[in-house]
Design a protein around this ligand. Structure first.
Ligand SMILES: Nc1ncnc2c1ncn2[C@@H]1O[C@H](COP(=O)(O)OP(=O)(O)OP(=O)(O)O)[C@@H](O)[C@H]1O
Ligand SMILES: NC(=O)c1ccc[n+]([C@@H]2O[C@H](COP(=O)(O)O)[C@@H](O)[C@H]2O)c1
Ligand SMILES: [Zn+2]
Length: 259
């Protein structure tokens, strides 16, 4: 197929935007690889056009052990994204008064995009200040058809749906039925089995895309924090710019900060 023909057929594909919610304390290459793996998958299937990616660090009030302050996590994500042409940071969660449920995060970003697409005066959507948030995919306005925001996650996050009291049943249903999930395999997790064992996930299975990561990388933020707290090197494990930032602000170095 010629490039021109491919482009023409791509224009007809339903558009999706991927959003990854997490701690990103600190961001690792695997956080961003998830986006590349997912986009490749949709491109190979030819089922959807991925027009953007959003990284949404959670609010400090999430309270997880080892969570650096939101402004630092956002700054590190921004640095890690410098080389990406299509993945962007959304600071929205970190700027709220408290922690937001993931369903609310999806709802906010989805509504914003819907309004943006449908706004007659796209540039002035927010009134006088002419401001559009940095996380909006630049090509959103190229077409007026709806864009679906899908939650991108590793299989471990999917499995956390079963942790008692962590997720509301109605949130899980809303996420899978109205948005959809893109799940990247992760060693130690079995997404297929997990879906099989869940009635709600099985019911909406058509909205869940499982993608196998064939080039696995065991790096995790926990491991990075552990090495840093011991004063050990993390070079070649995470982005050099992120390492510089961590050093500059002395993050993850004291025992109280590490996990
Ligand atoms: N190696 C990996 N393979 C697949 N998914 C991953 C991997 N590392 C992180 N993710 C996914 O990235 C998202 C953000 O995760 P998170 O911020 O918890 O990263 P993490 O490296 O698991 O950190 P921590 O060790 O603090 O839990 C989640 O959806 C998680 O499943
Ligand atoms: N009920 C919910 O919506 C709910 C529960 C637990 C975690 N989460 C989110 O999932 C992500 C998990 O991140 P971690 O894997 O770093 O714990 C965070 O973005 C967090 O806000 C959402
Ligand atoms: Zn994690």
């Amino acid at each position: 197929m010629s490039i021109l023909l491919e482009e023409t057929s791509n224009r007809l594909l339903p558009r999706i935007v991927l959003i990854a919610c997490g701690s990103f304390s600190p961001p690792t290459p695997m956080h961003l690889r998830m986006f590349e793996i997912a986009r490749d998958h949709f491109e190979m299937c030819g089922s959807h056009k991925v027009i953007g990616g959003i990284v949404s660090p959670t609010h400090d009030a999430y309270g997880k052990k080892g969570l650096a302050p939101g402004k630092h996590r956002c700054a590190m994500v921004k640095l890690a994204l410098q080389s990406s042409s299509w993945i962007r940071l959304s600071e929205w969660e970190t700027l709220q008064d408290g922690w937001s449920r993931t369903q609310a995060v999806l709802q906010y970003h989805q509504n914003f995009m819907n309004n943006y697409i449908n706004s007659p005066d796209l540039d002035n959507m927010n009134g006088d200040d002419n401001h559009v948030p940095g996380w909006l995919p630049p090509s959103l306005r190229e077409r007026r058809d709806p864009v679906q925001l899908r939650l991108l996650c590793g299989a471990d996050l999917l499995e956390s749906f079963a942790v008692p009291g962590l997720w509301a049943e109605e949130d899980i249903e809303d996420i899978v039925s109205n948005h959809g999930l893109v799940v990247i395999s992760r060693s130690g997790s079995n997404a297929e089995k997990f879906i099989f064992e869940s009635d709600i996930l099985t019911k909406y299975q058509r909205n869940i895309t499982l993608v196998t990561n064939w080039v696995s990388n065991e790096v995790s933020s926990t491991m990075i924090r552990r090495l840093l707290s011991r004063g050990q090197s993390v070079k070649y494990l995470i982005d050099d710019l992120v390492i510089e930032y961590i050093k500059q602000f002395g993050l993850f170095q004291s025992k109280t900060n590490s996990s």
